[in-house]
Design a protein around this ligand. Sequence first.
Ligand code: HEC
Ligand code: HEC
Ligand code: HEC
Ligand code: HEC
Ligand code: HEC
Length: 630
Amino acid sequence: MLARIAATLALGAVFSTANAEPTIVGSLPAEADCKRCHADIWAQWSASAHRRSSFDNPYYRVSAEAFRRERGRAASRFCAGCHEPVLLPVLERDVDPASPEAQAGVGCLVCHSIDAVDLSGNGGYHARVRTEVHGARAAILVEARLCAACHKVGLRPDVTGDRWLRGQDDWDAWLASSSSGNGAGAVFRAPSPTRCQDCHMPLEPAAHDAAAKKGMVRSHRFLGANAALAHLRGDRDTEARIAAFLAGSVALDLFVDGAQAVAVLANRRVGHRFPGGTNDSNEAWLEVTARDAAGRVLGRSGVLDRDGALDGDAHLVRAQPVDGDGEPLRLRDPQHMRGVAFDTSVGPADPQAVRFALPDGTARVEARLLYRKFGEGYARRACGRDVACREVPVLEIARAGAAVSQASANVRVGGTGSGPAPILDGVGWRVLVERGLALAGALADRAEQALPFLEAARDAEPDRPEPLLALARAMLRLGRTDDALAFARDATRRAPSHPAAPWLEALALARAYRHAAARAPVEKLLTLVPDDRAALLLAARVFGVTGDPARALAAADHAAALDPDLDEAHYQRSLALAELGRTVEARAAEAAWLAHRSADEIDLALRDKLRARHPDRPDESEPVHLHRLH
Ligand code: HEC
Ligand code: HEC
Ligand code: HEC
Ligand code: HEC
Ligand code: HEC
């Protein structure tokens, strides 16, 4: 049975997205009187990024000050709703970074006063600051959408000076994943749904806290990946906790295919895309080393130079926002952002493969997935001469190694999929499925390379649905509709309530224009994952095309309520409303669509500009692309 969290969302009217901003009734103090009785929680929060979200954080200050200079101080209300709500009333003046108000961060009374949240994010919360916080507790405190208020950014035209763009957004990535109970297409599902709070606020022992139950409180450390702030203040304990939190959250698997090493990244414990948060400044990359039989280094990729700068063609795991010239943003400067040139972040259900050409004579290859919260250039700008600020810790998330002779002899990856099946060679069936899923994500003419791995996994675990579902996905990629349908239906027989089976079936049918036949799997899908936006949009399309505009509208309305900025939801609404003769509403829906449209043609043009400026770098926008070792 699929327990569900997101289904409990109380959905109100579709919010106006024009100007989401906090509404704060009462005034927030720079420091709340909580420490006295909640010493443990206070200490945890003091070590958290929420504590340092304002002008006392040099990495934030450099970016916020640039924004204030270029767009005017009043415009930075946009940042303040999330980063420093205490400063909202005085932002039009100069900010003294040493004042208590500029160091308040996201304090106790921010979260503990919020009683409603706008799902457009952008700090669109409603807070009622009370003198007594105990007693009636706002229901929203234990819901994931509390976090949506600030962990979902939409860059409005008044911020970019150009078109509307999606900023960092862990909320929607979570809502689209099996961690929330949704994740229609996820082949591997989270064992049970988890809220943001479950992963980021686990129970922790507390000896001095009035709220401790059985000696435990919900941790207010909000561990993530920001080891830079901990390092800056010499907080080794927090640095070690962050390293432990990150370790193993993404799995790295390495295998050899002829003269290439293929690294496969699979998201194992991140309830949203990896890396989460500010994808543009987080530096997560693959370090790869090829050695000869004597252990000598023959070539490397992803190496830091003496100043700590990362080599220009390392494989970065990230989204790459760019300015109007196609140049990567340097200072987290949304005012210059014009689009996203590529996105190599790892989705919760989409393993990713990257190829590395191996030098002649390679006997062994090693790889590590490394993470640094800020790159060298950003840290230099933010920190000036402050050494502790500039040396941002590099944390290892995963490592893998492969011997060339042995591995390449064992694993045959034929171009046709008809050669001898690869043997398991010690890796589990799950890793084989992840390899297959990653390779199937490649351009269609290479996706066949996925098949031997997936067939081997199916042969090893004939009763499990995952290898079959992955085979269905690969067939869909290859355009083999009937094979995709056969595998999806086979998976349904083995796991009747796995959402990916009706998802793949419906998708295959819809792509083949067999919309009437797609209705049954779509209906089933909606009972399994009723709050999945991708499922709702597919349903809206299928219902619309098969002459049922009322149901198409219901599905699209629901998707738009879950994400008021979802362009495709407004597009589907406009079609259904027009069909129903409600022309005025149809026109409004069309306007909402155009206002949020993710303009692929602009992103592609920006990507071309980036490539023209850096012709030496590999094309990160191509799945399963090739890097060279130096
Ligand atoms: C004089 C001591 C005292 C102070 C000051 C205090 N608390 Fe508490 N708080 C308690 C005690 C005792 C409990 C446990 C009550 C229980 O479990 O029924 C508690 C429980 C809580 C709870 C969990 C129960 C609930 O009502 O939701 C929250 C949240 C909370 N406090 C927040 C705060 C915040 C925020 C502040 C600062 C604005 C604060 N407290 C200041 C004593 C205090
Ligand atoms: C970023 C938001 C946020 C901030 C900031 C925050 N809290 Fe909380 N707090 C929560 C959430 C969410 C919960 C409930 C978690 C759950 O039960 O799922 C909670 C729970 C609590 C509880 C109940 C104890 C428990 O174990 O559940 C206390 C007490 C509390 N907070 C006190 C504080 C104090 C004191 C501060 C400031 C030092 C603070 N909080 C800052 C979000 C926040
Ligand atoms: C009022 C706005 C606000 C709310 C509500 C809020 N956050 Fe945050 N959160 C922030 C800001 C701002 C930062 C970034 C601070 C910085 O580094 O400048 C942040 C940082 C974080 C980080 C990053 C830590 C790191 O190491 O990088 C985590 C994890 C996090 N929040 C989790 C949560 C969760 C879970 C919730 C809901 C229970 C939540 N937050 C609610 C504003 C908020
Ligand atoms: C299944 C566990 C899980 C769930 C659920 C989850 N996260 Fe995370 N989150 C992680 C892990 C692990 C990381 C560290 C890896 C990374 O940075 O992506 C992380 C990282 C983050 C970061 C830090 C990024 C940074 O750059 O420092 C933020 C912010 C965050 N999560 C917010 C959220 C919010 C908001 C939610 C709910 C909408 C949420 N997370 C749900 C596991 C989870
Ligand atoms: C919707 C809420 C929201 C808004 C609006 C917002 N931010 Fe953030 N910002 C966050 C959260 C949450 C994080 C933490 C994510 C992470 O650490 O990866 C963050 C992280 C950052 C960081 C990363 C470094 C750090 O530790 O602080 C910078 C810099 C930053 N924001 C600058 C800005 C500026 C400048 C603006 C206004 C132009 C802005 N933000 C607007 C929520 C917001």
